[in-house]
Ligand binder design. Structure first.
Ligand code: PEP
Length: 253
């Protein structure tokens, strides 16, 4: 059975004081016996501090991005080995904000995915279509292209140590989530695509849904057969919202 995960992408939000308040409340309320993984993804500068605060806690810590290169003259970049060194275990690659605002193409995302794996991190690979692509009925073509770029560079076996996230661009930060049926259709498509290459890996890979997940819609999204939890943005910054989303994931099993 796939273990549900709720991942909180803090994006470029937070401060030492705000992070401390948020984490303290989550630590107080999240139940350690829940059969789910909970992860937070703070900005780079707070990672080491968040890892220290969560020492001994089940909550996982990941980064929002990583450099595709291992080391060297790449001013402003952060290597996967450095993320590992400060205690991260996960990293998001290919978030639509990186693809769109920083022009990261499928090949670069695939290289970042490989850099994460090489350093012992679990990549969370984001794929998703724009509203124009959905309206043109190109959703499957677009997410297949994004996924295939990674499969071609790293092979299906890489997904034994990776997580997928379906994040329709039109649902991120807009308050307009995909319907459970829309999410399920795309998740099933992604799983079939993995399973076509290796049925066991396809069946085991966790596929998270991201895009305006909130306390009020989490349960219906997580009830879908191929939705294994959520990648949460805005609602991850509000302790009670994030707690309730985690509770919805825990109730799924
Ligand atoms: C995200 O940042 O990945 C995201 C899904 O954001 P939101 O939940 O705010 O739509």
């Amino acid at each position: 059975m796939r273990r549900p995960m709720v991942a909180g992408n803090w994006k470029m939000h937070g401060s030492e004081a705000a992070n401390s308040a948020l984490l303290s409340e989550l630590q107080m309320r999240l139940q350690s016996q829940w059969p789910i993984d909970v992860a937070v993804f703070p900005p780079f500068v707070y990672l080491a501090d968040v890892v220290r605060r969560l020492r001994g806690d089940a909550m996982l810590v990941g980064a929002q991005d990583v450099c595709a290169e291992a080391a060297g003259a790449f001013t402003g970049e952060v290597a996967a080995s450095m993320l590992r060194d400060v205690g991260c275990t996960l990293v998001i690659v290919g978030h639509s904000e990186r693809r769109r605002r920083y022009h990261e193409d499928d090949a670069l995302v695939a290289r970042k995915f490989g850099a994460a794996l090489a350093a012992g991190l679990t990549p969370v690979l984001c794929v998703g279509e724009t509203i124009e692509e959905r309206e043109a009925e190109r959703t499957e073509e677009v997410i297949a292209r994004q996924l295939d770029a990674v499969l071609a560079m790293h092979s299906i076996e890489a997904f034994e140590r990776a997580i997928l996230a379906y994040e329709p661009v039109w649902a991120i930060g807009t308050g307009r989530n995909a319907t459970p049926a829309q999410a399920q259709a795309v998740h099933a498509f992604l799983r079939r695509r993995l399973s076509d290459q290796n049925a066991m890996i396809g069946g085991q890979t966790r596929i998270l849904y991201g895009g305006s997940v909130k306390a009020s819609n989490a349960a219906e999204l997580f009830a879908m057969a191929d939705v294994d939890g959520g990648l949460v943005g805005g609602a991850a910054l509000v302790a009670d919202e994030f707690y309730q989303i985690c509770a919805a994931a825990a109730a799924r099993h």
